[in-house]
Design a protein around this ligand. Structure first.
Ligand SMILES: [Zn+2]
Length: 119
């Protein structure tokens, strides 16, 4: 296995991605791979016992910048858009839970974890 850059060295960590908006207004979001509806489990259309969805996010960093942009959001069953391919420079994948951010009126990433990154 190639040595992985740590999240610290690459400038990405859970705080970088936490709060990143996902989907459209009023909590509408879909898996970018299979188009399944994603939810925090609290939307009107959700069954009462629906759990917040775990999502897999793919982010890239602009060249010579510390800014990470969200490029892809998948449901947990679809997983990372690149499958098991090794990450290329400036790419990161992470897991997160979908939460509703009332301030922006949309879903946002919460509990970001399992960040894999290649600088
Ligand atoms: Zn999916």
């Amino acid at each position: 296995m190639a040595p992985e850059t740590t999240a610290d060295e690459s400038g990405i960590d859970a705080r970088t991605l936490a709060g990143t908006p996902v989907g459209g207004p009023d909590g509408s979001a879909a898996c970018d791979t299979c188009n399944r509806r994603l939810s925090d489990g609290q939307r009107r259309a959700d069954a009462p016992d629906t759990d917040a969805d775990t999502v897999v996010v793919y982010a890239t960093r602009a060249r010579q910048s510390d800014t990470w942009a969200l490029r892809w959001v998948s449901c947990e069953s679809c997983g990372s858009p690149g499958g098991d391919d090794a990450l290329e420079s400036g790419e990161a994948v992470a897991k997160a839970t979908l939460g509703y951010d009332a301030r922006i009126g949309a879903f946002a990433l919460e509990d970001v974890r399992d960040i894999e990154v290649s600088s």
